[in-house]
Design a protein around this ligand. Structure first.
Ligand code: EPZ
Length: 415
């Protein structure tokens, strides 16, 4: 199994370009099932989750071809409605196939996604929404069976602004009869990107980016070309890498508006941030002070940046408290950071981080995607050598991470 080897690095400097967003690409790729014809998508990152999704789409009859970051998908034919356990168990994003298969085929049989290291990841809000739209919902033997000849628009209130449930319900409603209103909807930029892609094909979706999204059902969609947004979490991870090493540089090809909660927090800690139209610069050459963080649905501080800031606060002056309100078990990286000399105490859904600590390199394990990113950040400023196993988790969400960090002067390579 490959490992990431990192040695203490000088302050990072230079500029790095963001790849396309994993969490925008997955729902958009799944939604191509809704369109008879060839959709052309640009800025699709080369990640294992994306390859898994393309594999399933091919199994369902989609003709998928990739040329670098461009992917063409032709769903003139769709000859299946099942997403088997082997594929669904590999990554959660495959549950986003439920709605497009139900809308296109009148049926969907999806393996229950099951839990993952950061929590049990229920799907009750998805299923309640499908039922509200008229679908028969059965589950048993580890599968969810959905069926409905023709979905009908409805008013749906989400008990929690779930990203996946909002995306699935938009995809279920886009070809339904009549109007659907999703209240307490998630407002993440990836949802706006999905809606923009569907609207580019003739859908009628409004209100994205707010807590109320309205979808007027249309008869069919016509294929379009579309460039997906860049990955705001990759951008935030690189900002944290500049910050933790006391460096300065720029992150290119990112929308600063998608990074607001992260840039606001780094500014509060003393970093100097400059926003441009499609890039952000950070100067963290002066010592940063600690901060308190509470993760929240967008536009709050993203839960996907919590682990990275857990590492950063080990290097800042003072005591920082991070409250994780979105997932129930997203502190798996804390034990590994403490093995590197961090002083972090977990108290329920809060972690209390004393800084600055002199971190020392160690053999550590990544248990989930963003936890793995936090170990990379810690390795950049720890004395000696850090060896990270569980690299497969990191490769799910970061394209060419080692190459990008070493281009900024980081002492890192994949072994
Ligand atoms: C998406 O997961 C992202 N994944 C996650 O990114 C991200 O952390 C999360 O949204 C929150 O922003 C993708 O987009 C592929 P949720 P998702 O439904 O849709 C509860 C990463 O690192 N909930 O918003 O699964 C759930 O238990 C990944 O890139 C229900 O209770 O997140 C959790 O506590 C990790 N019932 C909370 O909502 C439901 O039916 C947020 O989950 C659905 C969710």
């Amino acid at each position: 199994m490959s490992k990431i080897i990192i040695k203490k690095s000088d302050p990072l400097c230079g500029s790095v370009s963001c790849s396309g967003s994993k969490n925008a690409a997955l729902p958009i790729l799944a939604s191509t099932i809704l369109t008879k014809g060839t959709s052309t998508l640009f800025n699709i990152p080369a990640l294992t989750d994306i390859e898994h999704m393309l594999y399933i789409l091919r199994e369902l009859g989609g003709k998928c071809t990739r040329f670098a970051d461009r992917v063409d998908i032709d769903f003139t034919e769709c000859h299946g409605y099942c997403a088997p356990y082997e594929s669904v168990s590999k990554f959660r994003g495959s549950f986003l196939l439920a709605a497009p298969l139900l809308a296109r085929m009148g049926r969907a049989r999806i393996s229950m996604p099951g839990g993952c290291p950061i929590g049990n990841r229920p799907i009750d809000l998805h299923l309640k929404g499908f039922a509200a739209l008229g679908a028969e919902v059965e589950n048993g033997h580890g599968f969810v069976d959905l069926s409905c000849k023709k979905l009908k628009g409805a008013k749906i209130y989400l008990d929690f602004p779930s990203v996946g449930a909002t995306e699935n319900l938009i995809m279920a409603a886009v070809l339904a009869e009549g109007e659907t209103v999703i209240e307490n909807a998630a407002a993440e930029p990836e949802i706006t990107d999905l809606a923009d892609f569907l609207n580019a094909q003739g859908a009628s979706i409004s209100g994205m980016g707010s807590d109320t999204i309205t979808i007027c059902g249309v008869k069919e969609l016509t294929p379009a070309s579309y460039r997906i947004i860049s990955d705001r979490i990759e951008a935030g991870t690189f900002m944290s890498a500049f910050a933790i090493t006391g460096g300065s540089g720029s992150i290119l090809n990112v929308n600063p508006l998608h990074l607001k909660p992260v840039t606001a927090k780094l500014s509060e800690m003393g970093a100097v941030i400059t926003e441009h139209e499609s890039s952000v610069s950070i100067d963290a050459s002066r010592p940063l002070s600690s901060a308190n963080i509470k993760t929240l649905p967008f536009p709050g501080f993203p839960t996907d940046m919590q682990a990275q800031f857990s590492a950063l606060l080990c290097e800042t002056e003072g005591t920082g408290i991070i409250v994780e309100t979105v997932f129930e078990n997203r502190f798996l990286h804390i034990g590994e950071l403490n093995r590197m000399g961090a002083n972090i105490r977990i108290d329920g859904r809060s972690s209390v981080i004393e800084g600055p600590q002199k971190l020392s390199g160690a053999k550590v394990t990544a248990f989930d995607l963003r936890g793995g990113a936090s170990l990379v950040l810690a390795g950049l400023c720890a004395s000696g050598e850090t060896e990270i196993s569980g690299v497969e988790h990191i490769e799910r969400g970061y394209e060419h991470l080692c190459e990008k960090i070493s281009s900024l002067g980081g002492n890192i390579f994949l072994d």
